[in-house]
Design a binder for this molecule. Structure first.
Ligand code: BGC
Length: 393
């Protein structure tokens, strides 16, 4: 399952001035909200004090990455979350496009939505929380009845990672998931590296090794609103997915095992279409997912060309996704219900964010016909995903 990746050329775009002090290191524990400004706008960062906590006996911190043009991301080692990402819109104004919260309590409260989290040990669902590997039967915690979702009861989104800020633009998080943690075999050493590149991309690189044969499927669960967090529905965002097939699901969102063509269905995003144009169609799969909540089988995943492109209808912000992963879970925020207050003060209302989780396919441990998620001792799990932002002219 090892994958090879290449970087792509950087395009430099000067945008703003950052008013934060010490932005190249762990943020100082200031009780006040930090801001970054340009001539036209102010983007609010969470108060770093919301993240300076001791969790499970380990220190959580708030980190900032900043590229040469001043674009910035904030993160925490609690769950290796991406908290915010401010990028320029068509007028040059900086907009936060990733849903996040002001403090760790916000993440704990909204846990089942996995906002901005690193997901592991296994992204998406494993049917009935059960699989057989090399003749051994494994049972996981059922946290999404009747299945296991995103790792189980305490997934990688809810654990403390060690952080190493490598430079202004790069941070690495490491975590040792112990043998039989959440029921998965093998001590799994994981590393997730976030790099904010000078061409306004977040590059996320994952690595893992094990001492016993196991299954691994790591991803990032950021929800985007390209018109800005709290700006309302994402239904008018325009999406293109380079996927001629997808994996239909049953009513518990477990893939049936087939790869179905998207042609002639509301899942055909080969040509750009708005998220909302067919989401209410009378379609069994849309009913099963309560909207889009499906794994798309990517035509190509060699990271040389975007597998997905999304454009914010109001902001003109374009997101292009590059990945080495064979699948992409397009989730249209169907379970968002307004119960949480996002950074910026607005509620996380229904479909005000969407996720594009690059991954191996859900339930692969029980679907031998899907690309393998098995990792053996001596092998290195290595995947890369890039979320690149620009402006559609
Ligand atoms: C899943 C959804 C789930 C969401 C938040 C997505 O990856 O496919 O079914 O509701 O994560 O938990």
């Amino acid at each position: 399952m090892n994958t090879i990746f290449k970087t792509f050329p950087a395009i430099f775009l000067p945008v703003c001035i950052l008013s934060l002090a010490a932005c190249n290191h762990k943020a100082k524990n200031t009780p006040t909200t930090s801001t970054m400004t340009d001539s036209s706008t102010t983007v609010t960062l969470p108060p770093s004090s919301g993240f300076e906590k001791t969790i499970d006996g380990k220190k959580a911190h708030f980190y900032i990455l900043k590229n040469k043009s001043g674009v910035q991301a904030s993160l925490t080692n609690y769950g290796a979350h991406l908290i915010s990402l401010a990028v320029p819109d068509k007028t040059g104004k900086l907009i936060d496009v990733v849903i996040g919260f002001a403090d760790i309590e916000g993440y704990k409260k909204a846990m089942s939505a996995y906002y901005g989290a690193t997901i592991g040990r296994y992204g998406n669902r494993i049917a009935k929380g059960h699989f057989i590997l090399e003749g051994h039967s494994y049972d996981l915690f059922i946290n999404n009845k009747p299945n296991t979702l995103h790792g189980g009861e305490k997934g990688f989104n809810d654990v403390m990672w060690d952080a190493q800020q490598i430079n202004d633009q790069t941070i690495a998080f490491t975590y040792l998931s112990k043998d039989m943690e959440e029921g998965y075999p093998g001590n799994l050493n994981c590393k997730v590296t976030y790099e904010l590149t000078d061409d306004n991309a977040i590059k996320i690189s994952y690595e893992a090794t094990t001492d016993k044969t196991t299954v691994v499927n790591l991803t990032n669960h950021s929800y985007f609103n390209l018109n800005g967090v709290g700006s309302g529905s994402i239904l008018n965002h325009v999406v293109q997915l380079k996927a001629a097939g997808y994996t239909p699901v049953d009513t518990t969102l477990i893939p049936t095992g087939q790869i179905a063509p998207v042609a002639g269905t509301p899942f055909d995003f080969l040509k750009p279409a708005t998220i909302g144009s067919r989401i209410e169609a009378n379609d069994e799969q849309l009913k099963n997912g309560k909207g889009y909540d499906h794994n798309f089988v990517l035509d190509k995943h060699d990271i040389t060309a975007p597998v997905a492109t999304v454009i914010g209808d109001k902001s003109g912000i374009k997101l292009e996704i590059f990945t080495t992963e064979p699948g992409l879970q397009f989730y249209s925020g169907n379970f968002m219900a307004g119960g949480n207050t996002m950074l910026g003060g607005k509620a996380d209302d229904h479909r005000t964010g969407f996720a594009m989780e690059t991954q191996h396919f859900p339930d692969s441990p029980n679907k031998p016909q899907f690309p393998s998620t098995v990792l053996k001792p001596g092998d290195v799990y290595k995947t890369v995903t890039i979320y690149k932002f620009s402006v559609e002219k």
